[in-house]
Design a protein around this ligand. Structure first.
Ligand code: HEM
Length: 358
């Protein structure tokens, strides 16, 4: 008798424990308990705070230009990766030039990222999506710092500058940002999308035929010589200068870049996009990117693409850089929001041919 009474109590206790475990698992997954997790929506809120909300457009790098062309691989990249993109051949690309910021109608006269995004397709059905900036380093190394950076660098409409009361404590807490600020202050600001070098910034894991893994950062180096904008008179630059220049240049002929694969030396930092790799490195020229068509993004295919840098072909994988996962979830949130907004009547006007909105 006594055994029969004890059994249901034990079973009830077990069921109770399972229910509690499930509740705890739900609470953890929802982020109610445990270490605070940052989701794509948190980052988008910070970007909207910084750049204002522009429905239908990317939450960062909102002002863009679509392009298409080819990547001609010379076979040398096979020494580092089995990705078909490195086998000798020509592969179609579509991509997007952009300038940093959330406002698609902003002026090009700003000392900010000039950027290139690429989608490279190979016959084996693999895709390689990249999003690169014209700087070898990024201001911050993790997503919490990225949010703080967006909040600190919001321009105060009264002064035209970030609020020092927010900026100074941010810089004190994030000394790593200084390397980026110094770079932007000193480096030439390219006067064309065609003469900028575009850097992966993040490191990636390349795997070759022998299963040897190497950490690699890459850059697209232009054939066009680098010439710069006058940083002292950026406010005089016509609003869409870079975009019009690239459309006009492409109408006259193609622009070329060389894909340089830079292999990490022992001791190079691979999990912090704030730290440059300095000194000599093994570098392989893997082929030539040629761009021969460009058009405003509102009328072309790149608008509805998510250049998520974690969509990689076999032979190229993620490194230990935590920014990569943060970028993936944030680009995805930005993409789904802008795609849904475009269905509504509130999408912003076109930037080219919209001079009156300047
Ligand atoms: C190595 C660092 C980074 C680089 C090189 C980079 C570069 C780029 C580029 C080139 C684009 C434009 C892509 C396009 O034309 O569609 C872009 C878009 C974007 N970036 Fe980044 N980015 C970096 C880090 C981050 C981080 C850390 C975040 C936030 C966690 C972020 C948030 C975004 C968002 C929300 C978009 C718009 C995505 C879309 O709607 O398609 N980026 N980025």
């Amino acid at each position: 008798m006594s055994t029969q009474r004890r059994a249901p109590i034990g079973q009830l206790a077990l069921i109770g424990a399972i229910v509690l475990l499930l509740i705890a698992a739900f609470a953890w997954a929802a982020g109610w308990i445990g270490k605070q997790r940052i989701n794509g929506g948190d980052v988008i809120a910070a970007l909207d705070f910084n750049g204002g909300k522009h429905p239908g457009y990317r939450r960062a790098h909102a002002k863009g230009l679509c392009f298409s062309g080819t990547f001609a691989a010379n076979g040398a990249g096979e020494a580092l990766s089995v990705a078909q993109a490195f086998s000798r051949g020509r592969y179609p690309v579509i991509g997007r030039f952009s300038i940093a910021g959330g406002n698609p109608l902003a002026s090009d006269g700003r000392n900010v990222f000039h950027s290139m995004a690429l989608l490279l397709n190979t016959p084996d059905g693999q895709q390689w999506r990249m999003a690169m900036d014209h700087t070898p380093i990024f201001p911050v190394a993790d997503v919490a710092s990225f949010i703080a950076f967006q909040r600190a660098t919001k321009v105060d409409a009264r002064t035209g500058k970030p609020d020092p009361a927010v900026m100074q404590p941010f810089l004190a807490a994030h000394p790593e940002v200084k390397a980026f600020q110094d770079y932007m202050a000193k480096a030439v600001l390219p006067d064309s999308f065609a003469n900028a070098t575009y850097y992966s910034i993040n490191a990636f894991r390349f795997t070759d035929r022998a299963d040897t893994v190497r950490l690699v950062r890459w850059q697209f180096v232009p054939e066009a010589p680098l010439t710069g904008l006058d940083k002292a008179s950026l406010d005089q630059l016509p609003r869409d200068y870079l975009f019009r220049e690239m459309i006009a240049r492409t109408a006259k002929g193609p622009s070329n870049w060389h894909l340089q694969l830079v292999v990490a030396n022992p001791g190079d930092v691979t999990d912090k996009a704030t730290v440059a790799w300095t000194g000599p490195h093994r570098t392989i020229d893997a082929g030539t990117l040629t761009i021969n068509a460009a058009s405003p993004e509102e009328a072309d295919a790149c608008r509805d693409l998510n250049f998520d840098p974690t969509i990689l072909p076999v032979g190229v994988g993620l490194s230990d850089d935590p920014l990569l996962a943060a970028r993936s979830k944030t680009y995805s949130t930005s993409f789904s929001r802008r795609a849904a907004e475009r269905a509504g009547p509130s999408a912003a006007g076109r930037y080219l041919g919209a001079e009156k909105t300047r």
